[in-house]
Design a binder for this molecule. Structure first.
Ligand SMILES: Nc1ncnc2c1ncn2[C@@H]1O[C@H](COP(=O)(O)OP(=O)(O)O)[C@@H](O)[C@H]1O
Ligand SMILES: O=C(O)C1=C[C@@H](OP(=O)(O)O)[C@@H](O)[C@H](O)C1
Ligand SMILES: [Mg+2]
Length: 173
C-alpha cells in the first residue's frame, strides 16, 4: 500500500511517517528530502535561489516520480503539497491519505524551535506573527486537507491509534 501523510508544517508528517513505516514494514520517503536529494540543495536554498513557483513544480514532478517508483511506501508530503498542481488528486487516486489535523497553537509551539529551516516561516519576527501566518495558511489549505479520507487530531496521532484506524479502514473497504 501507499500511505500518504498530509497536513500543516509541524503536524508531524515526517516524524509519524517514519514510525508508521517501521510499524508496517514499508519503505519511508519524505517528499522534501527527495526534492533535496535530486536538487542537491536544501529546500531553503531552492526557495531563495529559484522561488516558490519553481519549488512547487519540482514538488509536483517528484511526487509523480515517487508514485510510479514506489508501489509500497509511507510518504510524508510537504505542508503545501496537496494544494498545488492537482497533487491531491494524484494522492487520492494512488493511495490512502491521512490528514494530521493539529491545532494552530500546538503547531506554533512546535515550530518556534524549528521555523528557521522552513523558508515560508523563517522570516517571521515573533511567535504571534508565526501563529497568525499559520492561521492564514490553514484557512487557505483547509479545503484541500479536508478531502483526505482519514484524519487524526493531535491526541490520536500516535502510531498505535493510526494503526487501529488503518485496520478498521481496510476491514471496511
Ligand atoms: N506528536 C508530536 N508531539 C510533539 N512534538 C512533535 C510531534 N510530532 C512531531 N513533533 C515535533 O514537531 C516538529 C515538526 O515535526 P515534523 O515531523 O517535522 O512535522 P512536519 O513534517 O509535518 O512538518 C519537530 O520538531 C518534531 O519533533
Ligand atoms: O507548507 C509549506 O508550504 C511547506 C512545507 C514544508 O514541509 P513541512 O510541512 O514538512 O514542513 C516544505 O515542503 C516547504 O518548506 C513548504
Ligand atoms: Mg516534513
Amino acid at each position: 500500500m501507499r500511505l500518504y501523510l498530509i497536513g500543516m508544517p509541524g503536524a508531524g508528517k515526517t516524524t509519524l511517517g517514519r514510525a508508521l513505516a517501521v510499524a508496517n514494514e514499508l519503505p519511508f520517503l519524505d517528499l522534501d528530502e527527495e526534492i533535496v536529494r535530486r536538487e542537491q540543495r536544501s529546500v531553503s536554498e531552492i526557495f531563495a535561489q529559484e522561488g516558490e513557483e519553481y519549488f512547487r513544480q519540482r514538488e509536483a514532478d517528484v511526487l509523480r516520480d515517487v508514485v510510479v517508483e514506489y508501489p509500497r511506501v509511507v510518504l510524508a508530503t510537504g505542508g503545501g503539497t496537496p494544494c498545488y498542481h492537482y497533487n491531491l488528486d494524484v494522492l487520492l487516486a494512488t493511495g490512502l491519505t491521512l490528514y494530521l489535523a493539529v491545532p494552530v497553537p500546538e503547531l506554533t509551539r512546535r515550530l518556534l524551535a524549528a521555523a528557521a529551516t522552513r523558508p515560508l516561516l523563517a522570516t517571521l519576527p515573533n511567535a504571534e506573527a508565526l501563529q497568525n501566518r499559520l492561521y492564514e495558511t490553514l484557512a487557505a489549505r483547509q479545503r484541500f486537507y479536508d478531502r483526505a479520507p482519514l484524519r487524526c487530531t493531535a491526541p490520536t496521532c500516535s502510531v498505535e491509534a493510526v494503526q487501529q484506524m488503518l485496520a478498521r479502514y481496510q476491514a471496511s473497504a
